[in-house]
Write a protein that binds this ligand. Structure first.
Ligand code: ADP
Length: 218
């Protein structure tokens, strides 16, 4: 569950990026956060990852009150999340398999578990045939599928994405969102997808419009 209560973020230059925002995204919701450039979308994602803190108000994600979360607890909190970046952030010298396995390696997961889990998530995102390919041998859509598989490795309760289809053509974009919907249907994760693409708003039951740092449809 993701909840913002009366949250404001004022940057040091005095810009009010979010202004008294309250919203709740329930477990299993598929939420799009939509707004034009400068509306406050990235600020919201940074808040939810605890990359920045609210100037006032309370942010709760997966039962963690982020306003009160101690620095040493941040890694534990982030392990409850999956995150998909717009620019994929794959490691060029690693194969698809290695890019995905890497997530669990850094967490010291047992090798036996990694060997079982990696092929499973690769098949979930439909990339079985590319298991041993390197990122520069993949299309943009395939790279983003690897990034999604990587985000799912840790069985996150919430998957967040900042403009995940931003660098994809319209067909790959459509396929990526279809994949998100399928995963949500099958596994019931919560999805929070930030996008400036208003056309996506009609695809889901939950669209949060941000305009000038405020929620347009609370
Ligand atoms: P979006 O992601 O919707 O484009 P942002 O959350 O990036 O919007 O920005 C919201 C507002 O906050 C904008 O006016 C932007 O210029 C400002 N802003 C964003 N990051 C910073 C920062 N680090 N310092 C000062 N102002 C910022």
């Amino acid at each position: 569950m993701v909840e913002l209560q009366n949250v404001s973020v004022t940057y040091s230059g005095g810009v009010d990026a979010l202004n008294n925002v309250s919203l709740k995204i329930n477990d299993g919701d598929f939420a799009f956060v939509v707004g034009s450039s400068g509306a406050g979308k990235s600020t919201m994602i940074k808040l939810l990852l605890k990359e920045i803190d609210a100037t006032s108000g309370t942010v709760t994600v997966n039962g963690y009150n982020l306003s009160k979360l101690k620095k040493r607890k941040i890694p534990e909190f982030r392990r409850t999340l999956g995150f998909v970046f717009q620019d994929f952030r794959l490691i060029p010298s690693m194969t698809v398999y290695e890019n995905i396995a890497f997530v669990l390696r850094v967490l010291d997961a047992p090798l036996k578990y990694i060997r079982k889990r990696v092929p499973y998530v690769i098949s979930l995102v439909g990339l079985h045939a590319k298991t041993n390919s390197y990122p520069d041998e993949l299309s943009g859509g395939e790279k983003q599928r690897v990034a999604v598989a990587r985000a799912l490795m840790n069985r996150p309760a919430v998957v967040m994405a900042d403009e995940p289809s931003g660098s994809l053509d319209s067909q790959n974009k459509e396929e990526l969102h279809q994949l998100f919907f399928e995963l949500r249907k099958a596994y019931g994760q919560t999805f929070v997808i930030v996008t400036h693409d208003e056309s996506l708003a009609s695809m889901t039951d939950r669209t949060i419009h941000i305009i000038d740092g405020q929620i347009a449809n609370p």
